[in-house]
Write a protein that binds this ligand. Structure first.
Ligand code: PLP
Length: 386
C-alpha cells in the first residue's frame, strides 16, 4: 500500500476537515479577544458559547456546567486537585484505580506528597475494577472517587453507573476520565451519574490542546490556573477560540455520527479473527466484550513489542505498544501489569486502535503482512521453538 495505514486512534485522531474549516476564520479573520467589548469581539464570545452548547448537548449537560481546558490532561488535573483542595479541611482521601491514564495517576501520586491519602484499586484479569474492594475502601475521609470510563490501552469499559451510585450513596464526589469514550459511546452525565467528567478534542476528530471538564452544578472546586475571570472564575486565560470552536464542531459531528462504532468493531473483530487463525500463541488483553470498539490489544509471545512496531512501520502501518506516553521506557505498561500479565509477556504487547476512516482493504493488508513479520521475528528469537 502506498498510503499510510493509521491504526493508532487511541493516541490521537486526524482532525475532521469539517472541524478544521470551522476553526480557520478564528485565527486571522475573527481573531478578537472574546472578553473585549466591541461587536466583532462579542461575535467571538458568541462562537465560544455556541461551542459550549454543543459540548453540553453531547453530554446532556447544561452549558454552565462545561469548563474549557487545554486538553484531557488538564481536565483531569483540574477535577482531582480542584476537589481535593476545595475540601482539604474536611476530608483527605481519594480512591482511584491502578489502570488510570498517567494524567490521573500522577496527580494522585503528587497529592500524596501534599498530605492526601490515595487508594489505588486493583482490577480483575479483564481490567474491571472490583466493586467490593471499592466499597471496602470507602472511609469517612473519602472525598473523591476517580475511575476512568474506558481504558486507553486495553479498551476495557468500567461499570461507571454502579461506581457512581456507590459514590453518591456515600456523599463522595465522582469523576470519570471519559477521554476515550466521549464521541464514541453514550456519555450522558445524568445517565452515568457522574459529578465530573473529562474529555479531550483530539481523541474524537477534534483539535489537540483543547478539552473540557463537566462540573455538575453546585460543585465547588479550586481553580488550577489562576488569573482573570474567564470560564466563570474556573479557568483563567484568554480562551483558545479556534480550539474551542473546533471542539464544539467535533461534538456536533460525533452526536450525529456515533453509529460508526459498529463498523469499526466489525473491522476490529475481523482483524482479531485473522490474527488468531494465522498466528499461534497470541493473547487478547482486556475484556472480550465490555471493550471499546476501536481497541485491539494483544501480546504476541516471543516477540518484542518494539520490534513489531518497527517492522509494521516499515510496511507503512502505524500502531503502538502500550500507551504512547510510556513508549520508549523499559518499564512494562502499568495497565498490563495490573491485569496480571507477567513483565516478559507485557513487553510483547501491541495496541492496534481503529478509527472511522479505516477500510476493509487496510485490514486485509495488515493480515497479509503481520503474520510474515511475526514469523520473521520469531525465527530470530532463541525462545521460540518450532
Ligand atoms: C489521551 C488521554 C488523556 C490525555 O488527554 P490529552 O488531551 O492528550 O492531554 C487522558 N486520559 C485518557 C484515557 C487518554 O486516552
Amino acid at each position: 500500500m502506498d498510503k499510510l495505514i493509521y491504526l493508532d486512534h487511541n493516541a490521537t485522531t486526524p482532525t475532521d476537515p469539517r472541524v478544521l474549516e470551522e476553526m480557520l476564520p478564528y485565527f486571522n479573520v475573527s481573531y478578537y479577544n472574546p472578553s473585549s467589548l466591541y461587536k466583532s469581539a462579542r461575535d467571538c464570545r458568541k462562537a465560544v458559547e455556541q461551542a459550549r452548547d454543543k459540548v453540553a448537548s453531547l453530554l446532556g449537560a447544561e452549558p454552565c456546567e462545561i469548563a474549557f481546558t487545554a486538553g484531557g490532561t488538564e481536565a483531569n488535573n483540574f477535577a482531582i486537585k480542584g476537589i481535593a483542595f476545595a475540601n482539604k479541611s474536611r476530608k483527605n482521601h481519594i480512591i482511584t484505580s491502578k489502570i488510570e491514564h498517567h494524567a490521573v495517576l500522577v496527580p494522585c501520586i503528587w497529592l500524596e506528597s501534599q498530605g492526601f491519602e490515595v487508594t489505588y484499586l486493583g482490577v480483575d484479569k479483564y481490567g474491571v475494577v472490583d466493586l467490593n474492594e471499592l466499597k471496602n475502601s470507602i472511609t469517612d475521609h473519602t472525598v473523591l472517587i476517580t475511575v476512568m470510563h474506558a481504558n486507553n490501552e486495553i479498551g476495557t469499559i468500567q461499570p461507571i453507573k454502579e461506581i457512581a451510585e456507590l459514590a453518591h450513596s456515600h456523599n463522595i464526589y465522582f469523576h470519570t476520565d471519559a477521554v476515550q469514550t466521549v464521541g464514541k459511546l453514550p456519555t450522558q452525565v445524568q445517565e452515568l451519574g457522574v459529578g465530573l467528567l473529562s474529555l479531550s478534542g483530539h481523541k474524537f476528530y477534534g483539535p489537540k490542546g483543547v478539552g473540557a471538564l463537566y462540573i455538575k452544578k453546585g460543585t465547588l472546586l479550586d481553580p488550577l490556573i489562576h488569573g482573570g475571570h474567564h470560564e466563570r472564575d474556573r479557568r483563567a486565560g484568554t480562551e483558545n477560540v479556534p480550539g474551542i470552536v473546533g471542539l464544539g464542531k467535533a461534538c456536533e459531528i460525533a452526536q450525529q455520527e456515533m453509529g460508526e462504532e459498529d463498523k469499526i468493531k466489525e473491522l476490529r473483530d475481523r482483524l482479531w479473527d485473522g490474527i488468531k487463525s494465522k498466528i499461534p500463541e497470541v493473547v487478547l488483553n482486556g475484556h472480550p466484550e465490555q471493550r471499546l470498539a476501536s481497541t485491539l490489544s494483544i501480546c504476541v509471545k516471543y516477540v518484542e513489542g518494539e520490534s513489531m512496531l518497527m517492522d509494521l512501520d516499515a510496511h507503512g502501518i502505524c500502531a503502538s505498544s502500550g500507551s504512547a506516553c510510556a513508549a520508549g521506557t523499559a518499564e512494562p505498561s502499568h495497565v498490563l501489569t495490573a491485569i496480571g500479565i507477567p513483565a516478559d509477556l507485557a513487553h510483547s504487547s501491541l495496541r492496534i486502535s481503529l478509527g472511522k476512516h479505516n477500510t476493509k482493504e487496510e485490514i486485509e493488508y495488515v493480515l497479509k503482512v503481520f503474520p510474515q513479520i511475526i514469523e520473521r521475528l520469531r525465527a530470530l528469537s532463541p525462545f521460540w521453538k518450532k
